[in-house]
Design a protein around this ligand. Structure first.
Ligand code: UDP
Length: 470
């Protein structure tokens, strides 16, 4: 990791300030904060703008990042409006509501910086999450260049933004059950079932939303990918073709370059998770987490519980409050469920995931295939069982199972016998050993690409020069 672990505070400031604007969700905040830390370690001063949504504790962030300048603005969302059940409607609404307050906030930051006698840190660009699709227009009014941070995998994102083309070519909307298995020749190894659009009240809205994201990228001064060349070479080639003159910077995996837990919105049960893992034998534990957003129903929850229990493998399971629809936490579990397992299971509300995956006791990860989770598993050489829910997760899962071949895709019914079988396939059977060998190979490549001269390291150097050229 030479060249990436520089101690932030020792590096003198380079006279330039970057302004970063994360989307207020865990899977987007983490990579943005990692990026901020990397840029800080390279001498840039850092301002973070964030909305009030999901950021109840700005102080917490300021404490973890005392060297960053935080600004927030109200997004105007009420509790009910903030429900993210219809993702497309939510994103469109939050983008609409944030235009004016974001403009005001940016104007104030730029005005203060102009008035400041200390010209050591004049803002030189805005780094925006790709899902904020109005930001380039606002920044352009202030003559501030925009760079887009893409927090999805390259292939997942390209498949998502290809909806309009896939519709033109009649893959979408899905016609019948049979066509679900049709290969999407533009995106091997995807099949039609992997590219289904978001479930929403208004499908046209999804197409508009996707086009708006793409239009912003085309107008931007660059795209940063939280990925690395050896992992997504073909996808990056397609991104080059698609975005032609827009420079792209695959500098990931970002989390390998800055502290693991400092961007967590929920407090991580470090003590319980790690002390329980410390008592388990190497590679024996299945770690289960479905990320920060998706919810499952009570029946599915119980099938998971019994499937894991019946597999007889030890497990560490993240059940965040809100994971099970209609339940506070784990009350749908039968009374005495954990006691019956005699110490073989541990349930926490939120785990220090990167440390958990790096723990020698963990042998498999049952995941919803969010991009951060997928990358984190790759980086620690832990084979996966993929249970995707949202569109980019479907694509990640397909790549994990059929392209990198480092996990299983749960194309089965969420049913206890299937779950038990999948866990044993990954944890104890030869098939799982082969996946482990392949993912260990990918892990080695991660280490290599982050080293001086490696592909991500070189991309980062290019990115720094690019920002300094503004
Ligand atoms: N995460 C965590 N503790 C948990 C579960 C998840 O710290 O108990 C982190 C995880 O390490 C990852 C992020 O939350 O960085 C989830 O991002 P991902 O893209 O995998 O899924 P999302 O939450 O966006 O669906």
């Amino acid at each position: 990791m030479e060249g990436r672990n520089d101690s932030c505070r020792m590096v003198p400031r380079n006279g330039r300030r970057v302004i970063l604007f994360p989307l207020p969700f865990q899977g987007h905040i983490n990579p943005m904060l990692h990026l901020a830390s990397i840029l800080y370690s390279k001498g840039f001063s850092v301002t973070i703008i964030h909305t009030d949504f999901n950021f109840s504790s700005t102080n917490y962030f300021s404490c973890n990042y005392p060297h960053f300048d935080f600004h927030s603005f109200p997004d105007g969302f009420s509790e009910t409006e903030a429900s993210v059940e219809d993702v497309a409607v939510f994103f469109t609404a939050i983008n609409g509501k944030c235009i004016m307050p974001f403009r005001d906030c940016l104007a104030e930051i730029l005005m203060k910086s102009k008035a400041d006698q200390n010209k050591d840190s004049s803002p030189c660009c805005l780094i925006t999450d790709a899902f904020w699709f109005f930001t380039h227009t606002v920044a352009a009014d202030f003559k501030l260049p925009t760079i887009v941070l893409q927090t999805c995998g390259v292939s997942g994102f390209l498949a998502f933004t290809a909806y309009p083309i896939l519709r033109e070519r009649a893959y979408l909307p899905v016609q019948d059950h049979q066509s679900l298995e049709t290969p999407v020749t533009e995106f091997p190894p995807l099949r039609v079932k992997d590219i289904q659009v978001l479930e929403t009240m208004d499908q046209e809205n999804v197409y508009r939303f996707v086009s708006a994201i793409d239009t912003q990228i085309m107008a931007s001064s660059g795209v940063i990918w939280n990925s690395y060349r050896d992992l997504e070479q073909a996808g990056l080639g397609l991104a080059h073709q698609k975005y032609l003159s827009i420079p792209i910077f695959p500098i990931g995996p970002l989390h390998k370059c800055s502290p693991a837990s400092s961007g967590s919105l929920s407090s991580q049960d470090y003590q319980r998770s790690i002390s329980w893992l410390d008592k388990q034998t190497p590679k024996s534990v299945v770690y289960i987490s479905f990320g920060s957003v998706i919810a499952i129903n009570k029946d599915g929850f119980l099938e998971i519980a019994w499937g894991v229990a019946n597999s007889r493998m030890p497990f560490l399971w993240v059940v965040r409050p809100g994971l099970v629809s209609g339940a506070e936490w784990v009350e749908p579990l039968p009374k005495g469920f954990l006691e019956m397992l005699d110490g073989r299971g541990c349930i926490v509300k939120w785990a220090p995931q990167q440390e958990v995956l790096a723990h020698p006791a963990v042998g498999g990860f049952w995941t919803h295939s969010g991009w951060n989770s997928t990358l984190e598993s790759m980086c620690e050489g832990v084979p996966m069982i993929c249970q995707p829910y949202l569109p980019d997760q479907m694509v990640n899962a397909r790549y994990v199972s059929h392209f990198w071949r480092v996990g299983l895709h749960s194309e089965w019914k969420l049913e206890r016998m299937e779950i038990e079988r999948a866990i044993r396939r990954v944890m104890v059977e030869a098939e799982g050993q082969e996946m482990r060998a392949r993912i260990m190979h990918l892990k080695e490549k991660v280490d290599f690409c982050l080293r001086k001269g490696g592909s991500s390291h070189q991309s980062l150097e290019r990115l720094i020069d690019h920002i300094l050229s503004f």
